[in-house]
Every structure is written in structure tokens, then in C-alpha cells.
Design a protein. Structure first.
Length: 80
């Protein structure tokens, strides 16, 4: 199994009263993911910086955890 740690920033917009994910953005380190999430927060209903492992062979993601959140972010179990 070939897996590596990855980070994304996932912003959320509120559309008709419901949170909807916007375009995910990749980050190279946890620190850069958190910094970018903080910068984006004023423009969105919520922003999550997420760290996870990804197996390139199977395409599966696991060990998913939110490392930073600002504003309205749905529970982790609803994100994957």
C-alpha cells in the first residue's frame, strides 16, 4: 500500500439555508492549510482545513481529521 498524508482546505457556502461545499484547495503542510483557511474564512460561511491519508493504489482516503475550522463546518462524518 502506497499512502501519503495530504491536506486540503474545504470552504462552505450557505445556499438556501444549507451548507454546500465549494472548491477544495490543496496544501502542502498542515501549517499552510491552517493559514490559508484563516485567510479564506471572512469570505465563506465556514472553512475547514482537513488532513488525511490517501492510498494511491486503491483511491481510498482514511485517517481523516479536521485540523482547523472557522465558522459553520458540518460534522466530519458528513464530509467523507
Amino acid at each position: 500500500m502506497s499512502d501519503d498524508k495530504r491536506m486540503i482546505i474545504l470552504p462552505f457556502r450557505k445556499i438556501r439555508g444549507r451548507l454546500q461545499p465549494d472548491q477544495a484547495i490543496g496544501a502542502s503542510t498542515p501549517e499552510s492549510a491552517i493559514r490559508r483557511a484563516r485567510q479564506m474564512a471572512p469570505r465563506y460561511a465556514g472553512v475547514a482545513a482537513i488532513e488525511f491519508r490517501h492510498d494511491d493504489l486503491t483511491g481510498e482516503s482514511f485517517d481523516v481529521r479536521i485540523i482547523h475550522r472557522d465558522g459553520d463546518v458540518p460534522p466530519l462524518d458528513l464530509l467523507h
